[in-house]
Design a protein around this ligand. Structure first.
Ligand SMILES: O=C(O)CCC(=O)C(=O)O
Length: 351
């Protein structure tokens, strides 16, 4: 049964909107038999207690020790253009825990680069693959992961399915806040495991605050954003320009009746994000504006018929990123016989 989780150490939702109920399982409690029908419905799922399964120390100090001199590119979550800033890995990770009143919110995305993850960071790659829940779906080589069955000929555009890592500092969801990852939706299902968050002053961990909206609410969200920010040729979700701060979430609920799954993700918890569900993230640490030190990791996994829903949406878009999404999704479709599309143990009802 989906539940509404009440953890007294969670932040108070400043919008007052709350959450739709969602499914929560312990690490050993989520079997494939349980997961498959839930996932077919396009609902988010949370798995707790994964931290002990990881062997690698996913901490800022360990990244500095092993990879400190490597170059990486950081963006400021408040910069609308997301202009990359080059620096070395040590400079980024050494900022964790040394907040100096700066007004920026740095995010290190796609480090290590996805293409190099398995070859240059084999320990990280293996550790993640060995720990991730429902591995037949979520591992890159999982038998139920559609992406593992891709044709290998070079004509096929293979979508970027990760794994990839996100590291970011604390961000705000209060009015004017931009979170750490703005509202967007992906063409593949994803599972995101938080590996590290700096402790708060009372010793309990900080968390990532997820707002995930049901795929069937995307139309209402688009309508709301168009009304609010004006119509533009760019799709308001795919453009990834907007973060729904607490005022906007409240207004979305009042005007369109749309409420999402609001998940406060702690270290060792996995959040599953169905393809086609608009979602956004901010990172919270109750030590107010001090010590923003978050580290999360994401693994993108297989895609199902929900991608066809996304394809319909993105076909009408004219931006290059929308065309790229559309191309990626097209490449997932078998060219003539749609039966092969349904072979991987997932139902195909797309709502
Ligand atoms: O972990 C994050 O901050 C963002 C991950 C995410 O939203 C995505 O990759 O789609």
């Amino acid at each position: 049964m989906p539940i509404i989780r009440h953890d007294p150490s969670d932040p108070i939702d400043p919008s007052g909107v709350g959450t739709l109920p969602f499914h929560v399982f312990s690490a050993g409690g989520l079997t494939e038999e349980i997961f498959t029908p839930l996932w077919a419905k396009g609902q988010t799922v949370v798995v707790t207690g994964l931290l002990d399964i990881f062997q690698f120390q996913w901490t800022p100090d360990e990244f500095i020790r092993r990879y400190g001199s490597q170059t990486c590119h950081v963006v400021d979550c408040y910069d609308n253009n997301q202009t990359p800033i080059a620096m070395n890995v040590e400079r980024f990770f050494s900022q964790f825990g040394h907040y100096d009143g700066r007004k920026t919110c740095w995010k290190l995305k796609d480090w290590p680069p996805t293409s190099l993850f398995s070859t240059e960071f084999p320990e990280l790659f293996k550790d993640f693959a060995d720990a991730v829940p429902v591995p037949n779906y979520t591992r890159r080589d999982g038998v139920l992961n559609l992406a593992a069955h891709y044709p290998t000929n070079p004509e096929v555009v293979v979508p970027d399915i990760g794994p990839k890592m996100y590291n970011a500092f604390e961000s705000s969801e209060l009015p004017g806040g931009k979170g750490s990852t703005r509202l967007h939706m992906d063409m593949a299902d994803a599972v995101n495991v938080m590996l590290h968050a700096s402790p708060r002053q009372d010793g309990s961990p900080g968390c990532a605050v997820w707002d995930i909206y049901r795929a069937e609410d995307a139309k209402k969200i688009r309508h709301f954003l168009h009304e609010k920010f004006g119509f533009s040729k760019t799709d308001p979700i795919h453009s990834q320009h907007h973060y729904l701060d607490s005022d906007l979430r409240k207004e979305l609920f009042e005007r369109e009746g749309v409420k999402g799954w609001r998940i406060y993700q702690k270290p060792g918890e996995a959040v599953f994000i169905p393809a086609g569900c608009a979602h956004q993230v901010s990172l919270w640490n109750a030590s107010s504006n001090e010590e923003p030190q978050y580290l999360t990791m994401i693994l993108l996994c297989g895609c199902n018929a929900r991608c066809a829903t996304l394809q319909t949406a993105s076909r009408s878009q004219s931006t290059s990123s929308a065309r790229k999404i559309s191309a990626d999704v097209n490449s997932l479709q078998p060219s003539s016989d749609s039966k092969t599309w349904h072979q991987y143990g997932r139902t195909t009802s797309s709502k």
